[in-house]
Design a protein around this ligand. Structure first.
Ligand SMILES: Cc1cc2nc3c(=O)[nH]c(=O)nc-3n(C[C@H](O)[C@H](O)[C@H](O)COP(=O)(O)OP(=O)(O)OC[C@H]3O[C@@H](n4cnc5c(N)ncnc54)[C@H](O)[C@@H]3O)c2cc1C
Length: 420
């Protein structure tokens, strides 16, 4: 079989088309971008009685939200200790609680809007060597000290009870992280937003924004508030925002359906998995018994040559018995990272908001970003203000920023390999 031109997510979701904006509209909030951040913002604003228009340049879920690994992971892309350096101990405690709230919200939203999204809990943070294991042990102890006592460490011999691979040195089990069909989840939120009164347009790219007036090819939206939710797909629409995130491509392969005996051998427990290399491997079993395997980081939107072969090699390194496996689906998507890997959520002016830069850790946090932006517009901006206290510097180097990061990431890969 040849590799499918669409993602496994799109092939297994119930997708309905939405209108293109044609004409002029007025509203309270114009959301730009139809991924998890934009749709959550639209849903939360509409539920609070605001009149909302959302503009998506392609289709809902075209960006990272319909292309990701589906891993619902507690916390942020960086340890809370890093956030503490920016905001101090007391506020870091609130950040920690907010990240926990983000996963609780995702659970509640999934039950309400997208029960078909196959949300499952159980997660392994894998280590590949002694040094990574020790770092993970300290991280686990820190989580306990912050009051989250669910995670625990397991050694190499115990890993086999959870995952059918001899590759790993040990792991941290996190019972409250897990996995989800992120496109079904997103489409459920989109339906929820529409039921609450929001109007979502597809194939309606925001071409120009002046104040709170947004122009598309065939219409104009005049809003009281604008919310930018374009993440790594923002392009040149808002240069100040774009300078603060770096788009990085990551690639995902989904295998043919696996036999029940192979599933039992490689996933003795139903867990989602990631190793802790900087350019990490992350994988999980889908509801239709396929291995969904993500890996790598690239600074070009172009699919690397020989990707099917490379991904198969990586899978076989973990599960040698999968040498004959066929890849049915393969795609790439853009992750928006910030310099410090903390999400950048805030305001450009009193009535212009944004959220981006979840740094590969956005499935739960995007929903939370939408909630605190809606809170800031309708009632209290105290939680948004906390995010605004984190200073986000633009990536240095203008057009050179990508090669500079490439050099940095190559060094990171060498460090993973050398375990230093
Ligand atoms: C390959 C990959 C794997 C990942 N794996 C995980 C994972 O396992 N766990 C996890 O937590 N996170 C993961 N992430 C990150 C996660 O998917 C993102 O953090 C999250 O989806 C970001 O959502 P978003 O709505 O901010 O951005 P996006 O989903 O990228 O949405 C932005 C949208 O804005 C639209 N847009 C852009 N410009 C315009 C415009 N001018 N007008 C209108 N619309 C516009 C785009 O078309 C796009 O649909 C992964 C990301 C990728 C790419």
């Amino acid at each position: 079989m040849t590799v499918s031109p669409i993602t496994w997510y799109h092939a297994t979701a119930d997708i309905s088309e939405r209108n293109r904006l044609n004409g002029d509209l007025r509203c309270d909030v114009c959301v730009i971008g139809g991924g998890l951040t934009g749709v959550s913002t639209a849903l939360n604003c509409a539920e609070r009685g605001l009149n909302v228009v959302l503009l998506e340049s392609e289709t809902i879920g075209f960006g990272a939200s319909g292309r990701n690994g589906g891993q619902v992971v507690q916390g942020f892309a960086v340890d809370i200790a890093v956030i503490e350096q920016y905001v101090g101990k007391e506020s870091a405690r609130i950040f920690f609680q907010m990240a926990r709230e983000a996963v609780d919200d995702l659970k509640e939203r999934t039950a309400r809007h997208a029960p078909e999204a196959d949300l499952r809990f159980g997660y392994l943070h894998l280590t590949l060597n002694n040094q990574q294991f020790k770092t993970m042990q300290s991280f686990c102890a820190a989580l306990h000290a912050w009051g989250y006592t669910g995670p625990r460490m397991i050694t190499r011999s115990e890993v086999r009870d959870w995952l059918g691979s001899d590759r790993y040195f040990g792991a941290m089990i996190d019972p409250e992280s897990g996995q989800i069909h992120s496109l079904r989840y997103l489409l459920g939120l989109a339906r929820g937003a529409e039921e609450a009164g929001a109007v979502l347009f597809e194939h309606s790219a925001a071409r120009k924004v002046k104040g709170t007036i947004v122009q598309t090819d065939a219409g104009v939206v005049t809003a009281k508030h604008i919310v930018y939710c374009c993440n790594a797909y923002l392009g040149k629409l808002e240069s100040k925002l774009y300078s603060k995130i770096m788009p990085i491509a990551s690639f995902i392969s989904v295998t043919e359906q696996l036999s029940a005996s192979l599933v039992a051998a490689i996933f003795p427990q139903d867990v989602a998995v990631a190793d802790c290399n900087i350019a990490l491997d992350y994988f999980r079993l889908t509801h239709d018994r396929r291995l969904l395997f993500g890996s790598g980081a690239s600074y070009s939107a172009i699919t690397p040559p020989g990707l099917v072969h490379t991904m198969k090699r990586k899978i076989v390194r973990i599960f040698p018995e999968m040498g004959d496996i066929t890849i049915d689906y393969q795609w790439g998507g853009l992750i928006g990272i910030t310099i410090n890997r903390i999400p950048d959520i805030g305001r450009l002016s009193n009535n212009t908001f944004y959220a981006h830069g979840f740094s590969g850790h956005g499935i739960a946090l995007t929903g939370f970003a939408g909630k605190i932006i809606a809170e800031a517009i309708t009632s209290s901006d105290s939680r948004l203000k906390l995010f605004e206290t984190v200073r986000h510097r633009p990536f240095p180097g203008g057009w050179l920023r990508t090669p500079a990061l490439m050099a940095g990431m190559s060094w990171a890969k060498i460090r993973d390999w050398l375990s230093i």
